[in-house]
Design a protein around this ligand. Structure first.
Ligand SMILES: [Zn+2]
Length: 289
């Protein structure tokens, strides 16, 4: 019997090291011990405020693209990705959809699809009634906006990875690259670098149903989650109950397994459109920027 062939594409987010946030003058210091101090009317989405593009963040992404041997955009655009969640004060995230800063390239033998620039969300923490009593705070969810608007790079690989080890090796190499270029500390345990894996298996050249696994905050969990999914999907296809559902799954570090989170959104759910508050930068080639 033919074995299933594994196909993986990675999406990696990395917080960029800049003085200020992506679209305002608030300090880029998401790990400040005191919550909600690095904020201003822009990143808190007060009416009438306008974003300004952080050039240092743009340069960081262009440097990454140069190191990857990618095509650097001569024109770019920022788009609004609309969704409603307490960690996103505007009700949309500014991201890039049609015109990423960087396209193509190669790292560790893995072809890159694109690298674009966006802003990070706020960080939320959830405490149960028991935990709240123990630390003398109210139960429920708390939101810290120090991270809201921090420049975030998203790198997407082509679906060309075929083993869990190859995925882990790619993530390690990318961390090294980001640190060498000085554009991100890329510490996975701190969430400065976050990996998502799009995983499918198939016996033919046609890709199987894809599952996206999130919350992978170590290289080991990237490899283990992929290995776990191969086993889970193989069992289902070989006659186990149910069928592979296209969905987003989380990684349970304690249980060393993935779990279903939600049905996967598609791009049209986000109603992307160009942000009318931002200019559309054009770039001219200069040597040694
Ligand atoms: Zn701000």
């Amino acid at each position: 019997m033919r074995e299933y062939k594994l196909t993986v594409g990675l999406e990696v987010h990395a917080e960029l090291k800049t003085k200020t946030k992506m679209f305002c003058n608030s300090a880029n210091d998401p790990f400040n011990a005191e919550p909600n101090v690095n904020i201003c009317p822009v990143c808190m989405a007060h009416p009438g405020t306008l974003p300004v593009i952080n050039k240092q963040a743009v340069n960081h992404v262009l440097r990454v693209g140069t190191a990857l041997g990618s095509d650097l955009a001569d024109f770019t655009e920022f788009d609004r990705k609309n969704y409603f969640y307490p960690d996103i004060p505007k009700g949309y995230q500014i991201s890039q959809y049609k015109y990423p800063l960087v396209s193509g390239g190669l790292l560790n033998g893995v072809a890159i699809e694109r690298v674009h620039l966006e802003e990070d969300t706020a960080s939320s923490s959830h405490s149960s009634a028991d935990a709240a009593r123990a630390s003398d705070v109210s139960a429920g969810s708390l939101v810290d906006f120090n991270r809201a608007g921090v420049p975030l790079m998203e790198l997407v690989t082509k679906p060309v990875i075929h083993t869990a080890e190859e995925a882990g090796a790619f993530a390690r190499e990318l961390q090294l690259l980001l640190r060498t270029l000085g554009v991100s500390d890329a510490n996975m345990e701190k969430g400065e670098m976050r990996v998502e894996a799009n995983i499918s298996i198939s016996k033919t050249d046609k890709l199987g149903t894809k599952v996206e696994v999130k919350n992978l905050n170590s290289f080991r969990s990237v490899e283990r989650a992929i290995a776990y999914e191969v086993e889970r999907m193989t069992k289902i296809l070989d006659g186990g109950p149910g069928e592979i559902v296209q969905e987003t799954r989380g990684w349970d570090e304690g249980g060393q397994k993935t779990f279903s989170q939600r049905k996967k959104e598609s791009a049209h759910d986000y109603r992307y459109f160009p942000d009318p508050d931002l200019p559309r930068p054009r770039f001219t080639k200069i040597k040694n920027f």
